[in-house]
Write a protein that binds this ligand. Structure first.
Ligand code: AMP
Length: 197
């Protein structure tokens, strides 16, 4: 699940996870959990997360590798929040494959920047997330503007990208996301001929 901060990755990843009965793995939620727990990982990443910076690629790769190793899912996962850059996409591809991911469906939520900013500021007031403070929001949006488009292009050139309009009532966007995943998985099942539609 790809997209800028505030595009609804977490919300729609949760819906996908329930709909397809596969685990929802959010790198952001795992990092925030580690920070709350005061673990060594949490201490290492706390400053970066609070400032809206990206955590080191190797830390993310290790985290994803570890959580996939401990997840017993045989039919897939919804990965939310990673990769965030082409460098991470390159690092994660062999890790996903080593845990049995035969195919990857990259869903990108498309939401205009003025709406992202408003959603993040509203969430900041509601939930008090340190990285939803106005100055950090501006930084996170700039970061996505630099790293997001090349990331989407990386998946697009590999035929894996599915862009979904992320504006509108949550159930409407969720329906579009589910439909995109269903269409994409029907496509690759059809191609390799290994599963019935
Ligand atoms: P999120 O909950 O996805 O918005 O992530 C919250 C914060 O966690 C981000 O602003 C980063 O500081 C960190 N983070 C989450 N996922 C990644 C990732 N794949 N690479 C680097 N940093 C990440």
């Amino acid at each position: 699940m790809l997209g800028p901060p505030g595009s609804g990755k977490g919300t729609h990843a949760r819906v996908l996870s329930e709909h397809f009965s596969v685990p929802h793995l959010s790198t952001g939620a795992m990092l925030r959990g580690a920070i709350r727990a005061g673990s060594r990982l949490g201490d290492d990443v706390a400053a970066a997360v609070r400032a809206g910076e990206l955590v080191d690629d190797e830390v993310i790769a290790d985290l994803v590798d570890e959580v996939l190793a401990s997840s017993s899912a045989s039919s897939g996962w919804v990965l939310d929040g990673a990769p965030r850059s082409v460098a991470q996409a390159r690092l994660l591809a062999p890790i996903l494959e080593s845990h049995g991911a035969a195919s990857v469906i990259a869903i990108a939520l498309d939401v205009p920047e003025h709406e992202l900013r408003q959603r993040l500021l509203d969430r900041g007031e509601r939930e008090g997330r340190a990285d939803d403070r106005p100055e950090v929001v501006a930084h996170r949006l700039r970061l996505w503007a630099a790293t997001g488009p090349p990331l989407l292009e990386w998946y697009d050139t590999r035929g894996m990208l599915h862009v979904v309009d992320g504006v509108g009532p949550v159930p409407d966007v969720s329906s579009r996301v589910i439909a995109a995943v269903a269409r994409a998985s029907a496509g690759w099942r059809g191609r390799d001929g290994s599963a019935e539609r």
